[in-house]
Ligand binder design. Structure first.
Ligand code: ATP
Length: 414
């Protein structure tokens, strides 16, 4: 097949996806991985645990794409109907696959240390018309079918099992079967400017882009990610990306596709500086974003979750007078929280946040979404009052990202 002809469609299966109990992260991850090796995803479809729905989705998606990737519905429970359905769809009959059966036995005997029951043994069965994709992380084997020039791949829904199988088996097989040119994405992050303002500023830039390069606006957390995509010339996309960077340099946070916490981490590492946090309303979320980055122990010393007045006083030395006079959500309090964290954790920089995340707790002068942030070091403190207007979780996320951005600017301006 010529590389231009290869495209994929992803079907995710499970009632839990349709009722919103589980968010479909599988297809987002698969789409990213396929894109990296040059296979564009044409469509993503979620269907329930229904024989007819799955069958129609297979029919439908095979009219749109060359590769149909399916996740979910492979378990031993009665709502897992994908395997028998695929057997029928491809006119096969169920047989025991020795390798898959040995894998199930090995996992139960050696890893889970639990007795095997009949339904577990059934996981060693596959349609005789498929090639088995081994699952080193779980009991459900993956299956590779081919029909009328199309490839159908069925994988378990459990994300870490599916990811392992895609990485270990599926992607290498695609790379050996097709001559693929990777789709090139170049992404930068801007802060402090709205999407429509940016679009206005970039009108001429967009108009002069060659047709093979697309510009996408991806706004989130009050920031805007700009992405250029091309499957043609790396040199041309690099040229255009340089132009784009210079057009938005005033608002540029980073010119690589990374999180705000990663950008701050790189700055700290480059300067060999340390960081601590003092969090009230975010309850440790900023610390989580930082410690989720491998190697964060190089620059992050720790944090204090000072939710109650006593914690602010006892752990960070915030004065009771400050708390009663100005309140916990005030510039004065976050400044003292910051000083306390710098002192107690002995770091170069610190971040302190205190706010009202909602839905309750708002006051006329401090409505829900009011957040005070302080960033600084032992010589200077910078504060900022934010007023967010979303739900509790979104307000927490916005506080964390904006606090990290405030620290980033503080470090750069020093
Ligand atoms: P099992 O053998 O555990 O039943 P399975 O292949 O049958 O695996 P499902 O039962 O569909 O897969 O899903 C197992 C779990 O994997 C779900 O409870 C859910 O937490 C997660 N999961 C399934 N599909 C997705 C998806 N599209 N995105 C993210 N997580 C998913």
């Amino acid at each position: 097949m010529n590389r231009k002809e290869i495209s994929a469609s992803i079907i995710t299966i499970g009632d839990e996806l349709l009722i919103g109990q589980v968010i479909d992260t599988n297809s987002a991850w698969i789409a990213q991985e396929l894109n990296k090796i040059g296979i564009p995803v044409k469509r993503r479809v979620a269907v329930g645990d229904s024989f007819n729905e799955i069958w129609s989705a297979l029919d439908e998606e095979s009219t749109h794409a060359d590769i149909i990737l399916i996740t979910g519905g492979l378990g031993p429970t009665s709502d897992d109907i994908t395997k028998p359905l695929l057997c029928k769809y491809f006119n096969g009959k169920m047989i025991i696959n020795d390798e898959a059966l040995q894998n199930v036995k090995y996992l139960f005997e050696q890893v889970f240390k639990r007795p095997l029951i009949e339904s577990n043994l059934k996981q060693g069965e596959v349609p005789d018309v498929c090639t088995v994709i081994q699952n080193k992380r779980g009991t459900a084997p993956g299956m590779w079918f081919e029909k009328e020039g199309k490839i159908f791949i069925s994988l378990p829904g459990v994300p870490h099992e599916m990811k392992g199988m895609i990485t270990d088996s599926v992607l290498p097989k695609f790379s050996s079967l097709f001559s693929l040119a990777p789709i090139i994405h170049k992404t930068l992050l801007t802060a402090g400017v709205g999407e429509s303002f940016l679009a206005e500023q970039l009108k001429e830039f967009e108009a002069q882009l060659p047709s093979s390069i697309k510009l996408a606006y991806l706004p989130s957390y009050g920031m805007v990610r700009l992405r250029l995509t091309s499957s043609e010339s790396e040199k041309e996309i690099n040229n255009q990306f340089d132009k784009l960077q210079s057009l938005v340099k005033e608002y540029l946070v980073t010119n690589v596709d990374e999180s705000m916490a990663e950008t701050v981490a790189k700055l700290l590492l480059r300067q060999n500086k340390t960081l601590s946090t003092a969090e009230s309303c975010t309850g440790g979320y900023i610390a989580h974003l930082i410690t989720a980055i491998p190697g964060s122990s190089e620059y992050y010393k720790g944090g204090v979750i000072s939710y109650a007045y006593e914690a602010k006083e006892n752990l960070l030395g915030v004065s009771p007078d400050t708390l009663t006079t100005f309140g916990a959500v005030s510039e004065e309090t976050v400044k003292e929280m910051l000083t306390g964290a710098l002192r107690e954790l002995n770091t170069d920089y610190s971040i302190a946040v205190s706010g009202i995340m909602g839905p309750g707790g708002g006051m006329p002068e401090k409505p829900v979404g009011t957040v005070w942030v302080a960033v600084g070091d032992k010589t200077a403190i910078r504060t900022h009052k934010f007023t967010f207007r979303f739900d509790r979780m979104k307000n927490i996320e916005l506080t964390a990202i904006n606090a990290l951005n405030l620290l980033r600017k503080f470090i750069i301006d020093k």
